[in-house]
Design a protein around this ligand. Structure first.
Ligand code: NAD
Ligand code: UD1
Length: 342
C-alpha cells in the first residue's frame, strides 16, 4: 500500500512542487493549508501535471482544536513535510508577533499531534538564513548559527531548537531539517510556479514581473560589496530539484535509514551567483533586455552565501540537475503563461 504523506503548506510554492514529485512516485498525498499565501487553484495545476488528486483540507495549523480534529481522522499518516509558515523577511520585521505566533504555534501543534498519534517522521523546511553571513564559504551544516537578522530568521532557528528538544524527549520521533538556499524557477509544465502576493521582495519574481511589464524597473541593491562584480552572491536552487530532495528525505525516514534522530542538510547547488549573473542568465534565455538600475544596499542583506552540499550529495544521494539558465527560463515561462504573454 502506498505511504500517506501529509504536506503542510502544500498549495504554496515549494509545497506544490513537492506534492507533484510525491504523487509521481505514487505516494498518497494529503495537503493542509489555510490559503493565507496561496490559491486553491494550485490543486488544478498539480492534478493536470500528475493526473492524480491530492486530498486537500483547509486548515490553520495554529488552530489547536481544528488540528487535533484533523489528526483524529488522519492518525495513520506515515510522514509529514512541514512547509506551512510565513516567509517574508520584511513583513516579519514590521509584524514580529504574527511571525512568532504563526510559525512557532503551528510547529508546536504539529509536533504535539505527532507525539500523540505516534507519527514518527518529519521533514522540516529550514533556511540558509540561520547562518547569517558565514565566516567560511561554502558554508556547511557544522557552521555556527549567527544571530538572526530578522524575526523570520529567528523563527527558523527557534523551530530547529524546538525540534531538537522534542526529539530528545521522544523515543520514536525522527526529523530531517532541510536548510534551503534560494529556491527559484517553476515546474517545466508552467502549470504551477511562484505566485508572490503584491510587490515581490525576492529577486527572480521581480525580474520576471519587470520583463512582463508589471514593474517599471528592477532595483539592484548595491554594487559595492566585496564580490567580483560588487553585487551580492547567493546559491539559487531550482525548485524541482529542491522538491526531489524532499522525496528522498521522506524515503530515508520511512525506510528507517537515518543515522541520527535529527539530520540536517543544506540544499543548494554549491555554486554562488551574483545578482548581475542572474540578470544575465535571464536576458540570455528570454532574449529580453531587462530594465534595471543600481541603488543602495538593502538593509539586512548578507554579502555572499553559498552552500557546501557534499553532505546532501553523499548521504541523501541527491544533487541538483538543473542549471541557472534552465531555471530562469522556467521562471519566465511561468510568468508568461500566468500573464497570458505569448
Ligand atoms: P509559500 O508561502 O508559497 O507556502 C507556504 C504555505 O503555507 C502557503 O500556502 C500558506 O498559505 C501556508 N500557511 C502559512 N501559515 C499557515 C498556517 N498557519 N496553517 C496552514 N497553512 C499555512 O512559501 P514557500 O516559498 O513555499 O516556503 C515553504 C517553506 O519553506 C516555508 O517554511 C519557508 O519559510 C521555507 N523557506 C522558503 C524559502 C524561499 O525562498 N521560498 C527559503 C528558505 C525556506
Ligand atoms: C531572503 C532570506 C531567506 C528567505 C528568502 C525568502 C536572508 C539572508 N535571506 O533571501 O532566508 O528564505 O529571502 O523570502 O534573509 N535583490 C535585488 N533587488 C530586488 C530583490 C533582491 O537586488 O528587488 C538582491 C538581494 O539584495 C539579494 C538577492 O537579490 O542579494 C536575492 O534576494 P532575495 O531573492 O530577496 O533573497 P535573499 O535575500 O537571499
Amino acid at each position: 500500500m502506498s505511504k500517506k504523506i501529509l504536506v503542510t503548506g502544500g498549495t504554496g510554492y515549494i509545497g506544490s512542487h513537492t506534492a507533484v514529485e510525491l504523487l509521481q512516485k505514487d505516494y498518497e498525498v494529503f495537503i493542509v493549508d489555510n490559503l493565507c499565501n496561496s490559491h486553491i487553484s494550485v490543486l488544478t495545476g498539480i492534478e493536470k501535471i500528475t493526473k492524480k488528486k491530492p486530498h486537500f483540507t483547509k486548515l490553520d495549523l495554529t488552530d489547536k482544536h481544528a488540528t487535533e480534529k484533523y489528526f483524529h481522522v488522519h492518525h495513520d499518516i506515515d510522514a509529514i513535510i512541514h512547509f506551512a509558515a510565513l516567509k517574508s523577511v520584511n513583513e516579519s520585521v514590521s509584524k514580529p508577533l504574527l511571525y512568532y505566533k504563526n510559525n512557532l504555534e503551528s510547529l508546536v501543534n504539529l509536533l504535539n499531534n505527532m507525539l500523540d498519534k505516534e507519527i514518527p517522521s518529519l521533514v522540516f523546511s529550514s533556511s540558509c538564513t540561520v547562518y547569517g553571513q558565514p565566516d567560511r564559504l561554502p558554508v556547511n551544516e557544522e557552521a555556527p548559527l549567527k544571530k538572526p537578522s530578522s524575526p523570520y530568521g529567528n523563527t527558523k532557528q527557534i523551530s530547529e531548537e524546538i525540534i531538537r528538544d522534542t526529539i530528545n524527549s521522544s523515543d520514536f520521533l525522527k526529523v530531517i531539517s532541510l536548510r534551503y538556499f534560494n529556491p527559484i524557477g517553476s515546474h517545466p509544465s508552467a502549470l504551477i510556479g511562484e505566485l508572490p502576493l503584491g510587490v515581490p521582495n525576492n529577486l527572480v519574481p521581480f525580474i520576471t514581473q519587470t520583463a512582463a511589464g508589471i514593474r517599471d524597473q528592477l532595483k539592484v541593491f548595491g554594487d559595492n560589496y566585496n564580490t567580483p562584480d560588487g553585487t551580492c552572491i547567493r546559491d539559487y536552487i531550482n525548485v524541482v530539484d529542491l522538491a526531489k530532495a524532499h522525496v528522498v528525505s521522506v524515503e530515508r525516514l520511512v525506510n528507517n535509514k537515518m543515522n541520527e534522530s535529527l539530520e540536517i542538510f543544506n540544499l543548494g547547488t554549491g555554486n554562488g551567483y551574483s545578482v548581475l549573473d542572474v540578470i544575465d542568465a535571464f536576458e540570455k534565455v528570454s532574449g529580453k533586455k531587462l530594465n534595471y538600475t543600481i541603488v543602495g544596499r538593502r538593509s539586512g542583506d548578507v554579502e555572499q552565501v553559498w552552500a557546501d552540499v557534499s553532505k546532501a550529495n553523499e548521504v541523501l544521494d541527491w544533487k541538483t540537475e538543473r542549471n541557472l539558465e534552465e531555471t530562469m527560463l522556467s521562471a519566465w515561462n511561468w510568468e508568461k503563461k500566468y500573464r497570458g504573454i505569448h
